[in-house]
Design a protein around this ligand. Sequence first.
Ligand SMILES: *[C@@H]1O[C@H](CO)[C@@H](O)[C@H](O)[C@H]1NC(C)=O
Length: 393
Amino acid sequence: MLRGTLWLLLLMPLRPPGTQGHRGAKSQGQAAEEPAPWPGVQRLQEQLRTVGALSRRYWTLFSCSVWPDHCEDQEAPAPPLGWSLPLWGRRSLDRLAEWFCRFQDCCARGGDCRISNNLTGLESDLHVRLHGQHLASKLVLQAVRGYLETPQVDKALALSFHGWSGTGKNFVARMLAENLYRDGLRSDCVRMLISTFHFPHPKYVDAYKEGLRRQMQETRRRCQQSMFIFDEAEKLHPELLELLGPHLEARVPEAQGAEPPRAVFLFLSNLGGSVINEVVLGLLKAGWSREEITLQHLETPLQAEIMKSADSSFGSSRLVKENLIDLFVPFLPLEYRHVRLCVRDAFLSQDLPYTEEALDEIAKMMTYVPEEERLFSSQGCKSISQRINLFLP
Ligand SMILES: *[C@@H]1O[C@H](CO)[C@@H](O)[C@H](O)[C@H]1NC(C)=O
């Protein structure tokens, strides 16, 4: 249909303005010169022919990105102008395809085009954009890759991120959403729930339970692979935690051969943050390098701390007690050099020039603890991008 309209527009006869209807009023001499069209019109016709060729190429590319199968049997069509489209052209084409796919089922390969599972992208993001978290970076990639590459899974993957604020728990959750889903956090298949925002009042817990149950059912029904992120998990109401239990349990596959749906649950909390910091501080003072710290150093003290925390129901919930959480991921406290990298990234992401002095100055504005060593940023890399505004001319 789109194609038809385009051709219709291009095939419309072209005449210089004024050649129609006024002929009778013109002198004989002028009528005799009739066949020579205006030079301007000739140029326009040329341009339209180019546009015609271009739109054919755009059409081919568009239909290839929307219906990949349709493309393969055409044996790499060689359009007259070669394949190097201008960048803006490609971008708008991608936009158009994306928009089109919202209404139409696009992926002809039986896959779901909302799910991208780009593990290469995830690995690169964890490596390049996340600072000071060698342990979390390795653990998350291993766990997610293992889960997605297992042919038949019988349960959801549940990861629990622990650490002080600003250490990158949210950042990693977002990276996961962005690399596993075409639309990232806005995807139909991803739900991010923040305790103090979505479930602020304990007295409404029944309504929250109903809402959460419906939302989870709906999302899991619509998506073969869904993701649920619970931010501020330490503040989740015990009854909401209880509700999640059945979703994390292993279950018997329903039908033989049918691919069971997958789900990734992320719990983000600052539980155990202080104990992680204590262990890390102890190791650094004992002469270990940060990169030598492994899960073995942290696992036992972290789990003990989570389970004994009195002001949160998370540690005493079924999820923890019945080992429904697959992995507790510690996020280490950030040091000055990591904060400096975050500052640099903030400048780069806004396309702003920076100097080494500015990086130092902004990194120094953070508070470093403990009192004596002043080793760890108490806010991690939080609100760095707001701070750089103070340094703009
Ligand atoms: C995966 O992510 C990388 C890095 O962001 C990107 O270059 C690549 O094109 C992505 N691959 C797919 C298949 O989307």
